[in-house]
Ligand binder design. Structure first.
Ligand SMILES: [Zn+2]
Length: 200
């Protein structure tokens, strides 16, 4: 393949990824249920978030650990690898945790965007290994849950703007539910990756 053809291919793959991602962000921003996994944000009570989130990340870590070489494979151009989904999920938990803390302190802040695709396309995950991401995801999941359980009583109703990219007004409780959604949704993604990789 010539360099031009290679660039063209990688450019169109990036555009397709971006289109998928924009669609995902739009769907996420429009309450109240995820068209892909059926998650309903308003149906989530704060007390159920810790156990469900831990359980989803433990299952995710198990997939990551047993995927072996398949962890770095993209089954189709539109999908990330299991490792990339894992690194994304780790960063999501870091990012939402920061938004929850900021919204507990400031009135109506705007959360920092995650720049989900740029982190992948600029190569910020290129040195991550499955073992590292599994450990970090496990640690971030525990840290997120401890933080969420430490939110002062009544603060779960405090509002903030999710990000300049997704300028939806949300509450701290919604953000906790969104963290859970990300864990459960992407657990579905990596299970799907394994299925796709093993039926080729
Ligand atoms: Zn979903």
């Amino acid at each position: 393949m010539t360099i031009e053809a290679e660039l063209q291919t990688s450019y169109s793959v990036s555009l397709r990824c971006l289109a998928n991602s924009r669609q995902y962000i739009r769907e996420m921003a429009s309450p109240d249920s995820c068209k892909q996994c059926g998650f309903v944000w308003s149906a989530i009570a704060a007390r159920e978030i810790p156990d469900r989130l831990r359980s989803a990340t433990q299952s995710f870590v198990a997939v990551l650990r047993r995927a072996g070489d398949q962890a770095t494979m993209r089954p189709t151009d539109e999908r990330w690898s299991i490792l990339e989904y894992g690194a994304h999920l780790r960063d999501v938990l870091i990012s939402i945790r920061e938004r929850i803390i900021a919204a507990s302190i400031q009135d109506q802040p705007t959360g920092s965007p995650l720049y989900r695709d740029e982190r992948v396309s600029l190569g910020f995950y290129q040195l991550d290994t499955s073992a590292q991401v599994a450990d970090e995801l496990d640690a971030m999941s525990n840290l997120f849950v401890r933080t969420f359980e430490s939110v002062p009583p009544g603060f779960e109703r405090r509002e903030f703007t999710y990000s300049p990219v997704t300028p939806t007004k949300v509450t701290i409780l919604w953000a906790g539910a969104q963290a859970l959604h990300e864990c459960e949704h992407h657990l579905g993604d990596v299970r799907e990756n394994l299925k796709l990789l093993n039926t080729e």
